[in-house]
Design a protein around this ligand. Structure first.
Ligand code: HEM
Length: 304
């Protein structure tokens, strides 16, 4: 990773944490309170500074791609956007303008860090529950052996698939989803919600719903397995939210998580460091817009 890219990722991670802090959440809900809480302003100023730095950095990257653009050989999203921008340059209301390009790429970069957050939860849970880790590794050895995992393997790995789903369910990393606004007056479950109201859908209420899950607060891959050990989908599994604005990265994330998780577990056993017991591995998250595991040291012992 180049230092510039590393800086952008660090910057994005810091902003996700700042944006989910109690101060910033309160600031967003009651901005007029800022006059009596100076600490809020420090965090707000840091978010704005990080954002300005990221915009500048991204403008530099986009300029480099603009300078070398070849419409016959598109290298990715930015190139496709730039070509469309050129085509629509005479349309005043076009969405394909520089601000949208910069914002879209920064959004994807920021959101992209969530795969890593989920993986960190996964490795922590494997270290904490070694018997579940053993079962995943037994299935991986039996079904794919030593070759590299492929996306098509998922259907033959029901236990591993169930474990990955259960990691996402319990880790619940985007617990507040993203704020939405009602576009018209709505009556929902007897409550009247006026047009223009900010609604924060609490995904925790579904992912850990006591009426939906047998053991909602425990790590239990059995939530996604039937009595024959086959994988089962559950309607209440919605870490990517639902509806038209659900996470656009979902299919990419699912593929990445499967390949990275299986690849790592094929090659390493994860355990607490010497002197730390499995029980001592703490699952309390660090507060942020995304819920991260608290910093931990783990041992990765090669299985070769
Ligand atoms: C495990 C990883 C991830 C989880 C759990 C997750 C979850 C979510 C959730 C809950 C939302 C809010 C949906 C809503 O507003 O109703 C969201 C939005 C979004 N996600 Fe993800 N996400 C993940 C990774 C990614 C990745 C890797 C990308 C892109 C490469 C991505 C791109 C986006 C974008 C662009 C939005 C905004 C969509 C919109 O407003 O229309 N996400 N994500």
């Amino acid at each position: 990773m180049t230092p510039a890219f590393q800086k952008m990722v660090d910057n994005a991670i810091e902003n996700i944490q700042l944006a989910g802090s109690a101060e910033i959440q309160l600031y967003n809900m009651f901005p007029w309170l800022r006059w009596c809480c100076g600490r809020w302003l420090v965090k707000r100023a840091q978010i704005l500074k990080n954002t300005d730095d990221a915009i500048e950095e991204m403008n530099g990257l986009v300029q480099g791609l603009k300078d070398t653009l070849n419409p016959q050989d598109l290298r990715g999203l930015v190139d496709s956007f730039l070509v469309r921008q050129q085509k629509e340059s005479d349309q005043p209301g076009s969405y394909f303008h520089n601000n949208n390009l910069n914002c879209t790429v920064r959004n994807l970069l920021t959101a992209g860090t969530e795969t890593g957050t989920t993986l960190r939860w996964g490795l922590l849970l494997m270290a904490k529950y070694p018997r579940i880790q053993d079962q995943v590794q037994e299935e991986l050895s039996r079904v794919i052996g030593e070759r590299e995992p492929r996306v098509e393997d998922r259907r033959n790995l029901p236990y591993t698939d169930a474990v990955i789903h259960e990691i996402q369910r319990l880790a619940n990393i985007v617990s507040l989803s993203l704020p939405h606004t009602t576009s018209c007056d709505v009556t929902f479950q007897g409550y009247f919600i006026k047009k223009g109201t900010t609604v924060i859908p609490l995904l925790t209420s579904v992912l850990q719903d006591e009426e939906e899950w047998e053991t909602p607060h425990s790590f239990n891959p059995g939530h996604f397995l039937d009595e024959k050990g086959c994988f089962i989908r559950r309607d209440a599994f919605m870490p990517f939210s639902a509806g038209r604005r659900a996470c656009v990265g979902e299919s990419l994330v699912r593929m990445e998580l499967f390949l990275l998780f299986t690849f790592l577990l094929q090659r390493f056993c994860f355990s607490p460091p010497p002197g730390v017991s499995e029980d001592q591995l703490d699952l309390k998250p660090v507060m942020g817009l995304a819920l991260n595991p608290s910093p931990h040291q783990l041992c990765a012992v090669s299985r070769a």
